[in-house]
Design a protein around this ligand. Structure first.
Ligand code: SF4
Length: 363
């Protein structure tokens, strides 16, 4: 595949720039593959700002792969609460057990070995191999993908299979044999801080002289996005059922979306159903005698749908007995410490007004 510049110029310019401008992040002071792996899994689809506190807390609770493998998966999910994409937490735990049970606690140091771990794809494996083991391996996370699309002025949708093939080939051609550790972080940093999604800072970019997208004035039009399917909106109701200073929480099944996290009793609204009707139906289904009182509304976005969540509260004189799934009547003052999933954390901020829950998080 033709490359319109010398690949070594790219790595040289990037490495020089990284030496001056690279970010000082907590996982940059180590070559420990456990810590690098943890940071890379956390950073998938999540910003650095959101990741840092979770990274530090996870490390404090699970300082090495043995500690992580020995933990219950629920404990990992608890520390993950608020980050979304919870499958990553379950995969992290499953991978730790594989490393301890099948590899004597030693991290794989090959692409194949790393990609065999749950939750580790080709790009994450490349990042761990480069950063922890200093072995040259291409990476193609979201930031790198954007840089390469612009650098090569790719005018195809960046996610189509033809583009994917070209991007991996370019990523491989640009990865230097030496200083793989720094190069991987340099190109990721460039995408995160200079070649940003909108209004890239081309005037500050070390690659501007080589960048085909910039030379053609196309930097704001690239990457080209494919046609997106409209994202559906799902309506749900959630009811805070309280009794003598405690509130009923249910735990979602471990397998499946948001597995292992806690929530207020919830029901999807039927087509054309009014929120109050859905809330009454939910209470009837749970054999709870109470009148739902409106307590607000929150919206939350997931990768494949938007949630429109109507909130209700009701006070009952006796705690209802819930026969299905894990559930608990939680003291109001302890609700904020529970691993609620994102939409219900927002709900908690609304409920605090209605049922005197201490407010710990704003909507
Ligand atoms: S010159 Fe602009 S578009 Fe090209 S890589 Fe740098 S920041 Fe991105």
């Amino acid at each position: 595949m033709d490359i319109p510049f010398d690949p070594q110029d790219v790595s040289r310019l990037l490495l020089d720039w990284y030496g001056r401008e690279g970010r000082d992040l907590p996982w940059r002071q180590t070559r420990d593959p456990y810590r690098i792996w943890l940071s890379e899994i956390l950073l998938q689809q999540t910003t650095v700002a959101a990741v840092v506190p979770h990274y530090l807390r996870l490390l404090e609770r699970f300082p090495d792969v043995n500690a992580l493998a020995a933990a219950e998966v629920e404990a990992v999910i608890e520390e993950w609460a608020g980050l979304g994409y919870y499958r990553r937490a379950r995969n992290l735990h499953a991978a730790a057990r594989i490393i301890v049970e099948q590899c004597n606690g030693t991290f794989p140091d090959t692409l194949e070995g790393l990609q065999a771990l749950p939750g580790v794809g080709r790009s994450t494996a490349g990042a761990i191999l480069s950063i922890a083991f200093d072995k040259p391996a291409p990476i193609l996370d979201g930031n790198v993908r954007r840089v390469l699309c612009r650098l090569f002025a790719l005018r195809q949708p960046a996610r189509c299979s033809a583009a994917e093939k070209k991007l991996w080939s370019w990523a491989g051609a640009l990865t230097p044999e030496e200083q793989a550790h720094d190069y991987a972080q340099a190109i990721m940093d460039l995408g995160a801080t200079v070649c940003i999604p909108s209004r890239p800072r081309c005037q500050e970019c070390p690659l501007s002289r080589l960048c085909q997208g910039f030379c053609l004035g196309l930097q704001e039009e690239i990457p080209v996005s494919g046609t997106k399917k409209p994202v559906p909106t799902v309506g749900q109701v959630a009811v805070a059922i309280s009794c003598s200073g405690k509130v009923l929480l249910l735990r979602r099944p471990l397998e499946g979306m948001l597995g292992g996290l806690w929530e207020f009793p919830t029901s999807e609204m039927l087509p054309e159903e009014k929120p109050e009707t859905a809330a009454s139906r939910l209470l009837t289904d749970m054999v709870v005698q109470g009148t739902p009182v409106a307590a607000g509304r929150v919206r939350h976005a997931y990768s494949h749908f938007k949630l429109d969540l109507y909130l209700f509260r009701t006070e009952v004189s006796r705690p209802a007995v819930v026969s299905e799934g894990e559930n608990e009547w939680v003291p109001v003052e302890d609700l904020a410490d529970r691993a609620l999933h994102g939409a219900h954390k927002k709900a908690l901020a609304h409920f605090d007004v209605s049922i005197n829950i201490p407010n710990t998080e704003s909507v």
